[in-house]
Structure formats: structure tokens, C-alpha cells
Write a protein that binds this ligand. Structure first.
Ligand code: ADP
Length: 367
């Protein structure tokens, strides 16, 4: 039987099918098993089903170990660019165990990122999205149709490290999230934004921002385990009718790229990726994220919106659009295929199953 990867509490529900709401999608990407140390237990069965032992789990899509960065872009990036240009907010969130390829999927190796227009096969989904986005924008701005559209894009980039929000474009700006004690809410102060007109502008910001991520150990790979990173692009567009029937309208949409710190096994590859304090902060924020997703995935529990703990961590606060809010969200859950990490793999899939039960309310942001 096909069962939805899901319910932590009472086990998977047999025969259930994820709701067909496209505002939240969950894609599982299985990392290549380069070391071939453990026995492979995860098998992709169909385009949306995988098995672990005799259990079968279904999601929106399964990308197998042999999937390319281009496959990821075709599946997730192309619809995202179209939705963004139509005025919807969009988010991509990478969630999974350390070492499963979240950073690789999102940004790709830095050497591939700076490759500009020339597509390198290991380039991540973010630079690919901006190549398509600017190419579409250039086409629309050059068009001599009756309706003339102009665009302006601006980006921000921050990390959440030990429950502190730091600007990655201006490392002097730390602790940007200020609590309003009377309202009980958070306010982001002094986050820098930079205008971008070309793919090169974006890749420069990405390279600069990623190099400003918090590093505590000597091993550069461990960077991605220590902090959550969020890159945001706001796209504003103005549309004017050139004919006698003059009209104008404007739209604003946001794209959030969220690369979460690694869950679980802190000792993959035999080195400690996080200090004890870092591990505590990462675990705490991911468990608060899990709790929020649990509530949002259960319609009987979140009817009274006030009970939803949206601001109980920097991360939940930053993901308000993405989690049950005004955005189309795609979660990429990355997993190892081998039996050594079975417990964390199952927990990643359970998280993905609960995410799939959330419903967002994405609308076109027209002014
Ligand atoms: P994470 O961000 O989840 O901790 P990384 O993205 O840093 O993991 O990936 C760990 C290592 O595995 C990196 O060296 C990365 O290049 C490699 N890797 C991950 N996924 C893939 C993939 N799909 N194809 C090739 N290499 C990958």
C-alpha cells in the first residue's frame, strides 16, 4: 500500500494521499551514495513514491541519487519563476540531515555559482532561477506590446546563528531582530537591501553573503550546519497600458530561499560539525519549526490563529509567509540512501509528510 510519509504520533496512515493543494509542495532528493559504506535502503519506486524496507512513502516528487541540478531546476525553478512574475510570493526550503546536499542543491559549489551566464552542471537552483528570471524580465521589458511592464529587484541575505539574526551583506549588522515587548512581536531593523539588475549582481551578493556565514571550526563544510540562511528577493513590477485606454497597476512578490542548518547526526564523516552550544540552538529552532508545522498541518488545532507560535523563534518569525501564510512553498527534503542514517531519514520524511498537510494562502500581490 502507498502511505503518506507522515504522522509522527500515531504512525503512517495507510492508503492516504496528500491533498492536491499546490500551495505547498514537498520534494525528496536522495543524495548519491558516493562512499557506499552502508547498505542502500532507500529506493525510488515512481516519480512520487519511494520505499524504505517494506514501507512506501509518497510526496509530490522524488529526485533519485542520479538526478541532476538541472532536474531540480526544471521541476521547481521554472514554475517558481513563472509564479513570481505573476505576483505570487514563493519559498524554497531545504531541510535535512547534515551532509545530504541542502547547500549543494540550493547554491551549488561557489566555483559554479560565479560562472555567470555559462551554465555549469553543478550550479544550484538559486543561480539558475536568477538566470531565467532576468532573461524573462529582459524579454518583457523589451516587448513592444500594448502593455509595457517594468521591473525592479532587490535582495537581502541573513543568517540565524545561535538565535541571533545577522546581516550577511553587511557583517557589522548583528542582532537585527528586535522584540517589541508591548506587542509581543518582532521587528527586523537595519537589514540591508541591494538592488540587482543582472545575474552577476546576484551571484556577487551570494558569494559575498555565503562567505560571511558564521564559521567556528576549521572545516569549511561545517558552515552549513551552524546557521539557517535566508536569501530574499523582492520583485516589483509596474504595468502600463500604452493604448488610448490608459491604465496602470503594480505588483510586488517575494522569493525566499531558505537553507536550514542540518538536523540530527552531528558526527557524520567523523567530525563534529557544531559546538555543543550551536547544536543546542539548531535543535531548539528546528524543534520549534516542527511544532509549528505540526499545528499548521492539523486544521482542528490552528483555527484560533493566536495559538499558533509564529514568533517563538527567529526562524519561525522569518518563515511567516512560508508556513501557512501568503506564499507558494516548496520544501526539498534531502536524505542519505543508506541504512546508517535510517532514523534521521525517517524523521526527515515524517517532517515532509506533515509539511504537505499544511495549506498556504498564496494570492497575487497586486496594488
Ligand atoms: P548539507 O548542506 O546538507 O550539509 P552539502 O550540500 O554541504 O550538505 O553536501 C555535502 C557534500 O556532498 C558536498 O561535498 C556536496 O558537494 C556533496 N553533494 C551533496 N549532494 C550532492 C549531489 N546531489 N550530487 C553531487 N554531490 C553532492
Amino acid at each position: 500500500p502507498i502511505v503518506e510519509a507522515n504522522p509522527a504520533i500515531d504512525g503512517p496512515e495507510e492508503g492516504s494521499v496528500p491533498p492536491s493543494d499546490d500551495s505547498v509542495k514537498v520534494v525528496v532528493r536522495i543524495r548519491p551514495d558516493q562512499e557506499k559504506v552502508g547498505r542502500r535502503i532507500v529506493q525510488r519506486i515512481t516519480s512520487d513514491t519511494l520505499s524504505i524496507g517494506d514501507q512506501t512513502y509518497s510526496f509530490d516528487s522524488i529526485l533519485d541519487s542520479g538526478s541532476s541540478q538541472e532536474d531540480v531546476f526544471n521541476l521547481i525553478g521554472i514554475p517558481l519563476v513563472k509564479n513570481s512574475l505573476s505576483g505570487f510570493n514563493n519559498s524554497i526550503v531545504c531541510y535535512g540531515q547534515s551532509g545530504t546536499g541542502k547547500t549543494y542543491t540550493m547554491w551549488g559549489p561557489p566555483s559554479a555559482m560565479v560562472d555567470g551566464q555559462c551554465l555549469n552542471s553543478s550550479q544550484g537552483i538559486v543561480p539558475r532561477i536568477f538566470q531565467m528570471l532576468f532573461s524573462e524580465i529582459n524579454k518583457k521589458e523589451a516587448s513592444s506590446e500594448e502593455v509595457q511592464t517594468n521591473y525592479q529587484c532587490r535582495c537581502s541575505f541573513f543568517e540565524i546563528y545561535n538565535e541571533q539574526m545577522n546581516d550577511l551583506l553587511d557583517p557589522t549588522q548583528r542582532n537585527l531582530l528586535v522584540r517589541d515587548e508591548t506587542e509581543g512581536s518582532f521587528q527586523v531593523e537595519n537589514l540591508s537591501e541591494e538592488y540587482v539588475n543582472t545575474v552577476e549582481d546576484v551571484t556577487q551578493l551570494l558569494v559575498k553573503g555565503l562567505s560571511n556565514r558564521k564559521v567556528g571550526a576549521t572545516n569549511v563544510n561545517s558552515k552549513s550546519s551552524r546557521s539557517h540562511v535566508i536569501f530574499t528577493c523582492v520583485i516589483e513590477s509596474w504595468c502600463k497600458g500604452l493604448s488610448s485606454k490608459f491604465f496602470s497597476s503594480s505588483k510586488t512578490s517575494r522569493i525566499n530561499f531558505v537553507d536550514l542548518a542540518g538536523i540530527g547526526d552531528n558526527n557524520v564523516d567523523g567530525f563534529r560539525r557544531q559546538t555543543v552550544q550551536e547544536e543546542r540552538f539548531v535543535k531548539n529552532s528546528l524543534s520549534k519549526l516542527g511544532r509549528l508545522v505540526n499545528i499548521l498541518s492539523d486544521s482542528t488545532r490552528h483555527e484560533n490563529d493566536e495559538k499558533v507560535p509564529r514568533v517563538d523563534s527567529c526562524l519561525n518569525n522569518a518563515l511567516q509567509d512560508t508556513l501557512g501564510g501568503n506564499a507558494k512553498a516548496t520544501f526539498i527534503c534531502t536524505i542519505f540512501p543508506d541504512e546508517r542514517y535510517k532514523a534521521i531519514t525517517l524523521s526527515t520524511l515524517r517532517f515532509g509528510g506533515r509539511v504537505k498537510r499544511m495549506q498556504n494562502k498564496a494570492i497575487i500581490n497586486e496594488i
